[in-house]
Design a protein around this ligand. Structure first.
Ligand code: ADP
Ligand code: MG
Length: 683
């Protein structure tokens, strides 16, 4: 069953004035059916509710005036072929001058009464309006109302769009069926869909809009959550390479330390997936330093015990190398081979690694994007681990999946994101959380430092180095400069620092370095040959240098909180107390509040919540990689609590009715959202 209005056959062509050309223009806006048009919500409203006496007009906001035309419009031609027409109108309180530009077919009659809507403008003490819209006062269609403002195009005017949404509402009247289950409608006291559509497009007053929004936002998020859950459910049905269970304690015993409870729990969850017959689709979330690599290693170990291969993909070569080193530490004494595959590798060595991978030999293969290149075959892979997940798109996940003939997936992310956002971004994944740091870690002490205290801070820096520590200094460029200015600014920074602290061995990392050069600098720092690493770009996530105890961030107000938290996570990895200094010029209260959050807590999830609240979801990850779906009406910045509610309802419903058989109209909508999600992940 379908809602009649979603039928594409009896679609937009039934609207007045829609021929092939108009149809194409509507399609360009993403509008294909009457239903699409109903759900094409206004971005704002034009308030034509107030009719004001001419004497009481004020400059500024547009209002209506009910007035009689006093004289024949005087038409004239302007240079450049433009036309102008002027006339005066009056009501019982005064006179108003109207000017119409470029309306050669202006039809306005002397002696008749109209309602004019426009912005009052006063010139030389005279009241006037330029290009007001007007309609006969005998039978006003728009005066006294709120009118929708749509996202118009050069081709389609507001008036046309209004006509069509009106017509769409007519067509749907009395025929639009409620897609939501009755108990959910009752529980959340949602108004019927027809009423909501009517009120969102042509409200009587702002209260109407609110009531409509309540329903439509809930519905949109609810359908979205149902789609995520359904995807996840479908994912669970995909067969994965079945693995024989082995007790992870046998692996844990070989480690120099004992895993945290959180690590044990996550490994348990992952092993249940891996041995359960269907494909694992799991996201492992854990703050920096929570020990995600160990969970990956345990899963790799299980794959190897089963004679299979495991693949670990990192976003940078540095991280890929580090994974190799760490995994060798964890797995090396069990005689498990760990290989590295990156782009910057001698051709002969690469061929050798590729050949071994292709042979199906049980092994762990660490690498970068190089792993998803055409020439790579990993026929025997049972497990794919994707580290720092937020840097990889869904499409890359899919590509890797193909390489490995649909192995189990473990995605790891050190970017704590609020639970609600997890639902949105990773609705198709099961989630494990490492909410506990390995023992012995002291929280990083974090302070805001103003410019006046710079010298004191340098003194502290020297003391830390003398005590055997190392320091990172992140100094991003505040202004985009020309080529090479990135390096210049950093060089100047180092020169100045070197003057103040001549004994320091300082290294420089900047955006223009080649990968190999970056590796060399990072390597020197990790080996302790440098005291301070100055970096113009954000230091690679996940890099592990336990001796580093001090992180200085210049222009800290420039970063997002979650980003700062990530940076701070570079220190505090050893046994000694670590520090993070946030240099800032925070001038506003909000700016200070943001940075204070970091000083007050080391809990990445709490910080993420605050970040989300202060910056909104669009900025949360930075625009480009946000990966957030575009909603028609819901706004994650303000509708988080609705999302929670929608998620709960969706979960409850799908638990009793996984195929949504009791709600076929809802099933339709969910299927449509799934289709759109999958289509967009292909791009
Ligand atoms: P992240 O979650 O940031 O990727 P890592 O996996 O790099 O964290 O782990 C950080 C450090 O903690 C590594 O040096 C790792 O060897 C160590 N580590 C991991 N788990 C434990 C543990 N249970 N006890 C002690 N140290 C651990
Ligand atoms: Mg890591």
């Amino acid at each position: 069953m379908k809602n009649p209005s979603s039928d594409r056959e009896r679609s937009l062509k039934s609207l007045p004035g829609v021929g092939p050309q108009r149809l194409a223009q509507l399609n360009k806006l993403g509008l294909f059916s009457i239903e699409d048009l109903l759900r094409w919500f206004p971005r704002d409203y034009e308030d034509r509710r107030t009719i004001r006496p001419i004497a009481q007009l004020e400059e500024g906001a547009a209002v209506c005036v009910q007035a009689v035309v006093a004289d024949e419009p005087r038409k004239s031609r302007l240079p450049g072929g433009r036309t102008m027409a002027r006339c005066r109108v009056f009501d019982s309180t005064g006179m108003l001058q109207l000017t119409f530009f470029n309306q050669p077919y202006l039809k306005i009659e002397r002696g008749r009464e109209y309602i004019f809507f426009g912005k009052p403008e006063f010139t030389g003490g005279r009241r006037g309006m330029i290009n007001p819209v007007f309609e006969s006062a005998d039978d006003p269609k728009t005066a006294g109302k709120l009118l929708p403002i749509y996202r118009a195009t050069a081709e389609l005017s507001q008036n046309q769009l209004r006509k069509w949404t009106k017509a769409a509402l007519e067509l749907a009247r009395g025929r639009y069926l409620e897609p939501l289950p009755a108990d959910i409608v009752a529980k959340w006291q949602l108004c019927p869909p027809e009423e909501a559509f009517e009120a969102i497009h042509y409200p009587q007053d702002p209260e109407d809009v609110k009531k409509a929004q309540r329903r439509l936002i809930f519905e949109e998020l609810f359908v979205f959550c149902c789609a995520g859950q359904t995807l996840r459910g479908q994912g669970r049905k995909n067969p994965g390479p079945p693995l024989q269970y082995h007790d992870p304690e046998n692996f844990f015993r070989t480690l120099p330390f004992s895993p945290t409870n959180a690590q044990r729990r996550a490994v348990g969850q992952a092993f249940a997936d891996l041995c359960g017959g269907s494909r694992m689709n799991r996201l492992l979330q854990g703050d920096v330093g929570s020990g995600k690599t160990l969970v990956a290693a345990a899963c790799a170990w299980l794959a190897i015990q089963n004679g299979k291969q495991a693949v670990i993909m990192a976003p940078t070569e540095l991280l890929a190398r580090q994974h190799k080193a760490t995994l060798e530490k964890f797995l090396g004494n069990l005689d498990i081979p760990v290989q590295l595959l990156i782009s910057a590798m001698p051709a002969a060595e690469k061929r050798r690694v590729l050949a071994r991978a292709q042979s199906g030999e049980p092994q762990v293969l660490c690498g970068t994007h190089a792993l998803i290149q055409k020439d790579v075959e990993i026929p025997n892979a049972a497990l794919i681990v994707v580290d720092e997940q937020h840097r990889f798109g869904v499409a890359q996940r899919a590509a890797l999946n193909q390489k490995t003939d649909r192995g189990h997936l473990l995605a790891m992310s050190a970017t704590p994101i609020p639970r609600t956002l997890t639902l949105i971004l990773y609705g198709d994944l099961d989630v494990s959380v490492l909410d506990e740091l390995p023992p012995g870690r002291q929280p990083v002490m974090t302070r805001m430092v103003s410019e006046a205290k710079r010298q004191d801070m340098y003194g502290f820096l020297q003391k830390e180095i003398d005590a055997g520590g190392q320091a990172y200094i992140v100094c991003p460029l505040v202004e985009e400069g020309e080529e090479g200015s990135d390096k210049k600014a950093a060089t100047a920074y180092i020169d100045q620092l070197q003057q103040v602290l001549p004994r320091l061995r300082i290294g420089l990392m900047h955006g223009k370095l080649k990968p190999a050069e970056k590796e060399a600098v990072m390597g020197a720092f990790a080996a302790g040959d440098l005291d301070v690493l100055v970096s113009t770009t954000v230091i690679e996530v996940g890099v592990d240098v336990p001796r580093a105890t001090l992180m200085i961030v210049e222009n800290a107000d420039f970063f997002g909180l979650s980003q700062l938290h990530q940076l701070r996570g570079r220190v505090g990895r050893g046994q000694r107390q670590s520090y993070c200094f946030l240099m800032h010029q925070a001038k506003t209260e909000t700016a200070r509040e943001r940075l204070q959050t970091l000083c007050a807590t080391n809990d990445g999830f709490k910080i993420a919540e605050t970040d989300l609240r202060l910056r909104g979801p669009g900025d949360f990850f930075g625009k480009r990689q946000s990966g957030l779906p575009g909603f028609a009406i819901a706004d994650l910045a303000t509708d988080m609590n609705v999302l929670e509610a929608a998620q709960q309802s969706a979960q409850a419903l799908l638990k009793t009715d996984p195929k949504l058989e009791s709600a076929p109209l809802l099933a339709d909508r969910v299927a449509e959202v799934i289709q759109k999600t999958l289509a967009s992940s292909m791009n």
